[in-house]
Design a protein around this ligand. Structure first.
Ligand code: NAD
Length: 247
């Protein structure tokens, strides 16, 4: 049994760094023509160089998931260039917060606009393409925070719980077109978003104690799940959220 993604075309949002970058590189290493999008131009340039160095196929676009007009331009360009679009990974995200009593409206809006509305807008733009093809894979970034409450995470956790339910509803709408919609829920993956591994030792110990496997997850472990969900091995899986959290 093997994952065969060769020749598929994918868009990965927020892929300039962190988990998204690893997803993009892992898909590309499996022969996927991988379109990397992000708001950070320096990181886009860096991953472009990495693709060239490794001989991977794909392209890079600056695209803010809050900008529906730009999203449509990118999706149109991808379909024109490659002829099809098989996989959309809605990975772009931000995490900001604080207790509700002092939470700024702008912080609430930023979390909801990028994490939840951004996911909706990307999906809306690719649905006509995938319906025409009668196939597609949509894979959204939820979070363990969507399930387990933690102090001060109301804005982020609400956005990710929204992504999780949005995924279920959309799966029901797109099933008749052979389009699956799932989400991955990472636990604690050290990235620039959270700096888990750089926190004081005592705090690290306390956090690690909450994990069944007693270790941080890696970006590659999340990317592996995304590759599985994008592959034919997962063709009968839809409308679900899969934890990649070390238990
Ligand atoms: P990260 O901050 O390292 O990377 C996020 C990327 O998204 C960055 O490249 C950033 O430029 C991009 N981005 C931000 N706003 C954007 C916008 N408006 N439009 C397009 N791109 C934008 O974060 P990460 O840790 O790699 O997280 C990736 C995803 O996984 C996020 O959705 C995050 O919520 C989720 N997640 C991460 C963890 C974790 O432990 N790291 C846990 C659970 C869920």
């Amino acid at each position: 049994m093997q994952i065969d993604l060769n020749g598929k075309v994918a868009i990965v949002t927020g892929a300039g760094r962190g988990i998204g970058r690893e997803i993009a590189l892992t898909l590309a290493s499996e022969g996927v023509v991988t379109v990397v999008t992000d708001v950070n131009e320096a990181n886009l340039e860096a991953i472009k160089n990495e693709f060239e160095r490794l001989g991977y196929q794909g392209s890079q676009y600056r695209c803010d998931v809050r900008d529906f007009h730009r999203i449509q331009e990118v999706v149109e360009a991808v379909v024109q260039t490659y002829g099809h679009l098989d996989i959309l990974v809605n990975n772009a995200g931000v995490a900001g917060g604080g207790p509700v009593s002092s939470l700024q409206e702008e912080v609430w809006d930023l979390n909801l606009d990028i994490n939840l509305k951004g996911t909706f807008q990307m999906c809306k733009a690719v649905i006509p393409v995938m319906k025409r093809q009668k196939s597609g894979r949509i894979i959204n970034a939820a979070s363990f925070a969507a399930i387990v409450p933690s102090y001060g995470s109301a804005a982020y956790a609400s956005s990710k719980a929204g992504v999780s339910q949005f995924t279920r509803v959309l799966a029901g709408e797109l099933g008749p077109w052979n389009i699956t919609v799932n989400c991955y829920a990472p636990g604690m993956i050290p990235t620039e978003m959270n700096h888990f591994a750089e926190r004081p030792e005592k705090e690290q110990e306390r956090l690690l104690d909450t994990l069944t496997l007693r270790r941080w997850g890696s970006k590659r472990e999340v990317a592996n799940l995304v590759c599985f969900l994008a592959s034919d091995l997962a063709e009968y899986i839809t409308g679900t959220m899969i934890d990649v959290s070390g238990g």
